[in-house]
Design a protein around this ligand. Structure first.
Ligand code: NDP
Ligand code: MG
Length: 388
C-alpha cells in the first residue's frame, strides 16, 4: 500500500500489532504512534486493572478483541463492542490472532508466559518487558533458535545497540557499552539516600516511565536487568558488557568493534523512537517529534557506576553468573521489594539488601522449564511477601 504522509510517500504494507500493557507508559506511547501512522493497526490490546479506559480505546482503535489480565478486574468488566478475554484464556486468544508483531509492554515477570509462548510459535516479538527475557533467558533463546522467531528490542539501550550493529558483522563486536542516566539519586551520598522515600526516587531526571522501572533506575537494578537482557539479545559474554553513567541520556548506548571503532545511536530521550524502529526497521519513518538541539547540550558527561552506593548492578552480574533460576529470583525479589518501598514500608537500601538475601537463600536450578519458572515465581512471591 502506498501512503502519502506529511509530504512523503511511504510504501508500507499494513501491519497488525498486538499490544500487551496498553494502559502503561510504553503502551500509551505505542498508541500515540498508532495514531500517527495509519498503516499500523491494532489486532488486540490488554489492560490489567485500568479497565475504565477500555471502552474509549475500543472505540478509537477498533481492535479485534481485548484482554483483561487481572482476575478481579476481568470479573467486573462491563460490556464492550468486542470480545474480552481474561487471565485464563488470553494466551489461546493471542495464539489465534492475526497480529504480525506482539509488543510485550507488561511490567514485571507476569510478562513471562506471553513472551515464551509467542517465541515458541515462531512469531515476531517487540520486547519492552525485559523481566521475561532476564528470567527465562536461556529457555527463550533455545526456543527462538528452534522456532525461528525474532525478538526486536524496545528498551532504548538495546535499540541503540541494535541500530549500531546494522551493516556490521556481529562477530567483530569487541564489547558493548550500555549507558545509564544514574537515576534520581545519582548526586546523593549513601547517607542521604538511606533516608529518601520512594516519592523522591520517582523523580527521574531524564525519562518519564512507569513507577517500577523508575525505582529500578534509581537502584541501578534496571541497568542490571539490561545487562542480562543484552547478553541474551546479542549473544554476549559478561566481559563484553560494560555500563557507563551518562547523565544527559543523549547517547543511548554504543558498540565497540575489534578495530577500536565505536558506533553509537544518539537522540533526545523519547521512547517513541525505539518503539517505532522496532515496528518498522530497517525503514526509518519521518516523524514530527522534537529533534536534538545541540546548542542546548554544551557537554556530555561520563563516569563509572558506583556499586557501593548502588549495589543492584553488582547483584545483577552475580545473578547472571549463577544463571539457571537465579535471574528469576533477582527479578521477583526486586518486584516484591520495590512494591514495599513504593508503600514506604522499607528503605531504599532495603530493596537491594533483601534481593541479596533472597539470592543467598536460593539453591540454583539449572535449565528450568517454563513450568519450573512459573511455579518458582508464584512460590517466591508469596514467600517473600510474607517474610518482608
Ligand atoms: P507501567 O507500569 O507504566 O505499565 C505497565 C502495564 O502492564 C500496564 O498496562 C499495566 O496494566 C500492565 N500490568 C501491570 N501488572 C500486570 C500484570 N500482573 N499482568 C499483566 N499486565 C500487567 O510500565 P512501563 O510501561 O513503564 O513498563 C512496561 C515494561 O517496559 C517494563 O518491563 C519496563 O521495564 C519496560 N520499559 C519501559 C520503559 C519506559 O519508558 N516506560 C523503557 C524501557 C523499558 P494496568 O495499568 O491496566 O493495571
Ligand atoms: Mg532502558
Amino acid at each position: 500500500m502506498v501512503l502519502f504522509y506529511k509530504g512523503l510517500w511511504y510504501n508500507n504494507s499494513m501491519k497488525k500489532i498486538g499490544l500487551l500493557g496498553a494502559t502503561g507508559s510504553i503502551g500509551t506511547q505505542t498508541l500515540t504512534i498508532l495514531r500517527e501512522f495509519q498503516h499500523l493497526r491494532l489486532s488486540f490490546l490488554s489492560a490489567h486493572r485500568q479497565t475504565d479506559r477500555l471502552s474509549e480505546l475500543v472505540a478509537e482503535f477498533r481492535p479485534d478483541f481485548v484482554i483483561v489480565t487481572d482476575p478481579d478486574a476481568y470479573s467486573q468488566v462491563g460490556r464492550l463492542d468486542v470480545p474480552v478475554y481474561g487471565p485464563d484464556d488470553y494466551i489461546s486468544a493471542i495464539e489465534q490472532s492475526d497480529a504480525d508483531i506482539l509488543i510485550n509492554a507488561i511490567v514485571g515477570t507476569s510478562g513471562l508466559l506471553p513472551t515464551v509462548k509467542w517465541i515458541e510459535w515462531g512469531r515476531t516479538l517487540a520486547l519492552a518487558n525485559k523481566e521475561s527475557l532476564v528470567s527465562a533467558g536461556e529457555l527463550v533463546t533455545n526456543l527462538r533458535q528452534q522456532s525461528g522467531a525474532q525478538i526486536v528490542p524496545i528498551d532504548s539501550e538495546h535499540s541503540a545497540i541494535w541500530q549500531s550493529l546494522q551493516g556490521n558483522d556481529p562477530k567483530s563486536v569487541h564489547k558493548i557499552i550500555l549507558t545509564a542516566s544514574g537515576g534520581a539519586f545519582r548526586d546523593h551520598t549513601k547517607q542521604e539516600i538511606t533516608g529518601l522515600p520512594a516519592k523522591a526516587a520517582l523523580k527521574h531526571p531524564n525519562w518519564s516511565m512507569g513507577q517500577k522501572i523508575t525505582i529500578d533506575s534509581a537502584t541501578l537494578v534496571n541497568k542490571g536487568l539490561e545487562v542480562m537482557e543484552a547478553k541474551w539479545l546479542f549473544d554476549l559474554r559478561e566481559d563484553q558488557i560494560e555500563v557507563l553513567i551518562h547523565r544527559e541520556s543523549i547517547i543511548h548506548s554504543m558498540v565497540e568493534y575489534v578495530d577500536g571503532a565505536i558506533m553509537a545511536q544518539l537522540g533526545v530521550p523519547d521512547m517513541k523512537l525505539p518503539i517505532l524502529y522496532a515496528l518498522e526497521h530497517p525503514k526509518r519513518l519521518a516523524t514530527s517529534w522534537p529533534k536534538l538541539d545541540w546548542s542546548q547540550i554544551p557537554t556530555l558527561h561520563f563516569e563509572k557506576p558506583d556499586t557501593e552506593r548502588f549495589p543492584g548492578l553488582a547483584l545483577a552480574y552475580e545473578a547472571m553468573r549463577k544463571g539457571g533460576t537465579m535471574p528469576l529470583v533477582f527479578n521477583v525479589a526486586n518486584e516484591v521489594y520495590v512494591e514495599e518501598y513504593l508503600k514506604d514500608k522499607i528503605t531504599f537500601y532495603g530493596i537491594t539488601d533483601r534481593i541479596a538475601q533472597a539470592m543467598a537463600d536460593h539453591e540454583v536450578m539449572q535449565q528450568p522449564s517454563v513450568a519450573d519458572l512459573l511455579a518458582l515465581e508464584a512460590q517466591l512471591r508469596q514467600q517473600l511477601k510474607e517474610t518482608s
